[in-house]
Structures are given as C-alpha cells and as structure tokens.
Design a binder for this molecule. Structure first.
Ligand SMILES: NC(=O)C1=CN([C@@H]2O[C@H](COP(=O)(O)OP(=O)(O)OC[C@H]3O[C@@H](n4cnc5c(N)ncnc54)[C@H](O)[C@@H]3O)[C@@H](O)[C@H]2O)C=CC1
Ligand SMILES: CC(=O)C(=O)O
Ligand SMILES: [Mg+2]
Length: 371
C-alpha cells in the first residue's frame, strides 16, 4: 500500500502524524511511504531523516492525496482538502465530526473510508488514540489556565500555588477522565485546591483513592457546580461522550456566578465545547472574554508542544496504521473491533451513530459495511 503523510495546515499546528521511526516500521511491513515536504519540520524531523527512513518526499498535498491509498494527518482535513480526498481512499486522523457539519458533508461526498482516531475504542471503553493527546491537553490546560489568570493577560491576577501566607487558587475540573485527571494532577502539584467532578460514581471512588489530598472528588450536578462557581478561580471543561457533541455543563447565566476576571478552559471544544459561551480559538489568539470571564478554547492544544505530542501520538497510532496498511481497512476492522469503532464514514455512508444524531443524518451500522 502507498501510505501518505500530510503536513498539518491548521494554524500553529506543528505535530506530524508519523515519525521517521514509524516510516521504518511501515517500510519493513512492505509499504511505500510518501511524505509531504516539510511535514516533520515543526516536530524537528527533517525531510532528509524521512528519506533515510525509506520515505519519498512529495512537494504538494494534492499529489499525496492523488497517489496514496491511505492518507494520514493529525488534525481533521481542512476545507481546502475535502475535494482532494478520493473515493476508495482511507483517511486515518482525528475527525471530531459531531462538531463539524461541513467536514462531515465533505467526507460523505468524497466516497472515502474515514477512520477517526478519537472513536477507536477498546473493549474496556478506553480510547487508545485519544488518550495520549488528552494526557497532553489535560496537563496543558493548567499551564494555559495559569496564564489566563495573570493580570497581564486580562485575568484576576492570582498565582495558582499562592505563596506562604497567601492562599492558592481554587480550581474546578469537570470530567474525571484522562484530561480531567491530568489537569487535576498538575493543579494539585502546583498547590491549588482542586475539585474534580464526574457523573460516574465508580470513577469518583477510584479517583478518591489515587488523587492527592488537595483534590476533592464531587459528584457532578448543576447544584454542585453552582455551589463551587463563586469560589473558584479556574474551571476546566473535560467531559466526553465518545464521538458525540460535548454535553453542556456551564450556561452563559452560570458565568454570572463566577467572580470577574476568573477563567474557563474548555478542553472539550474539539467536540463542540461543554460551556455555552465557548467557541474554538487558535494558538495565535487563544483567549477571549465573555461577561468578564476569560475563555481559553483552543481545539488543538497539544499542537503547542509538538516535540512531546508527536512522539506520544505516533506511539499510539502506528500499530493501528500498520494493521490498516497490511490488511486493508475492511479486514483490519473485521479483525479488530477497536478499529471498527473508529469507522465514521464509508463510501458516502455515516457509520457512527452519535455523528448521525448530531446532524439528523441517516445512520448505517458498521456491521453492514463490514459484512
Ligand atoms: N482541545 C484539545 O486540544 C483536546 C481536546 N480533547 C478533548 O477533551 C475531552 C475529554 O477527553 P478525555 O478526558 O480523553 O475523555 P474521557 O472519556 O477519558 O473522560 C471524560 C469524562 O467525562 C465524564 N463525563 C461525561 N459527561 C459528563 C457530565 N455531563 N458531567 C461530568 N462528567 C461527565 C465521563 O464520565 C468521563 O469520566 C474530549 O472532548 C476530547 O476530545 C482531548 C485532547 C486534546
Ligand atoms: C484530540 C485533539 O483534538 C488534538 O489532539 O488536537
Ligand atoms: Mg482538537
């Protein structure tokens, strides 16, 4: 198979979807790898390193799309790419379709087979291709939240850890999954008083056992959130229903309960956002203010630390990419249920229920296209 590695074109996105080490593995499995010129530069991998690994460098994205049997990205295909995607081609990348109708329409029209990293799901319900980037984004949420609280950035001017004699910040993290735990750990490490909320009581029992003493677990509810909002300096949104539009946990009216110049970081923005006032921002202009509350809503947070993120992401994606290349999408998905759950679009049909529900579009069960 010809595997195409595309350069990221989203603003300030410097990750790349395969390292030269990954190319060595692909080539060893008998595949040809073509890499768009400069694709690895933002992650400190030169074209020469890709060539040494066995890849061929291609000048333009259009030629990668024209030649490859499977194209890989990190971020979802951008509008300029929809028309380049070919019928019969495999597209393997983050898609986040439930938050993106134009892309959904573009991929349906393409006739391609599109497998979303974020909905590949193991039998234990974990999301192996989302987890590494959620680990990064959770940790970054506190770094970015700390900056949003600085007075020079329009924040209330509070240091997360406080100093001797002055109390630290209070931080509410809503969603105690991968993002939530990593955010809470970082915040606890900085000395904040952390409240970690989830709707899953078993999860809260586990978190109560493993989190430090300055983290309090709380059953998430409107009432619990309303009680905490006047006290906290920072709210992190970290909820997820896999593949679906993010559930809403803060309304615009709720912001009135917060003190002016405190901050919210909506990590769930890639799935549409979990605060009513969230809208996607970029690393170039990451924050904006609504009703005196600073909002940070970057949809590709890990893109800011590509050296770490590229390695972490490709550690997870490579084994699945090799299965797709070795067996073709159909046999790979028949043999591996986790990969089959990643299938979102096939030859004009939507095969992920939550995406169909988000846009009221017809649903085709995965089993039907795998038969
Ligand atoms: N902005 C960015 O750059 C990135 C965003 N993300 C996003 O972060 C979000 C969270 O991802 P993960 O932590 O990996 O998911 P996860 O599945 O590990 O955790 C989600 C948690 O939310 C809880 N939850 C669901 N509905 C809830 C509600 N209404 N109230 C309270 N808790 C609720 C679940 O019980 C679960 O524990 C996802 O939307 C993911 O796509 C992940 C990586 C990067
Ligand atoms: C998961 C995701 O949206 C990202 O890594 O950008
Ligand atoms: Mg994202």
């Amino acid at each position: 198979m010809i595997v195409g590695i595309l350069k990221e074109i989203k603003i300030k996105e410097d990750r790349v979807c395969m390292t030269p080490g990954g190319v060595v593995t692909m080539v060893a499995n008998g595949h040809d790898v073509i890499v768009e010129k400069g694709a690895g530069l933002g992650s400190s991998f030169s074209d020469a390193e890709y060539v040494a690994a066995g890849a061929t460098i291609i000048d333009a994205a259009a030629d990668v799309y024209a030649k490859a049997d499977m194209v890989m990205h990190v971020k979802e295909p951008q509008p300029s790419e929809y028309a380049m995607i070919r019928k019969g081609q495999i597209v393997f990348t983050y898609l986040h379709l439930a938050a993106d109708k134009p892309q959904t329409d573009g991929l349906v029209a393409s006739g391609a087979t599109c497998i979303a990293y974020e909905t590949v799901q193991m039998a234990d319900r974990s999301l192996p291709l989302l987890t590494p980037m959620s680990e990064v984004a959770g940790r970054m949420a506190i770094q970015q939240g700390a900056k949003a609280l600085e007075a020079v950035n329009g924040g209330i001017g509070k240091l997360i850890g406080g100093v001797p004699g002055v109390a630290p910040a209070k931080i509410m993290v809503i969603g105690g999954g991968v993002v939530g735990v990593q955010a809470a750990k970082m915040a606890c490490g900085l000395g904040a008083q952390v409240y970690l909320l989830d709707i899953n009581l078993d999860r809260l029992r586990y978190l109560e056992d493993v989190m430090p003493a300055n983290c309090t677990t709380i059953m998430s509810s409107k009432a619990a959130i309303h009680e905490l909002l006047p006290q906290v300096d920072l709210v992190v949104g970290a909820v997820l229903i896999p593949g679906a539009k993010a559930p809403s946990v803060l309304t615009r009216a709720d912001l009135k309960l917060m003190r002016p110049k405190t901050a919210v970081v909506d990590v769930a923005i890639d799935q549409g956002g979990c605060f009513e006032t969230s809208k996607p921002t970029t690393h170039t202009e990451p924050t904006y203010v609504v009703d005196e509350i600073v909002h940070y809503c970057v949809a590709n947070i890990p893109g800011a630390v590509p050296l770490t993120s590229t390695m972490a992401l490709t550690n997870a994606t490579l084994p699945f990419a090799v299965q797709l290349a070795n067996k073709g999408w159909k046999k790979a998905c028949q043999d591996n249920r986790a990969l089959a759950l990643g299938l979102n679009v096939h030859e004009g049909k939507l095969t992920f229920k939550a995406v169909c529900d988000a846009f009221d579009m017809p649903y085709t069960p995965v089993e039907e296209v795998l038969a």
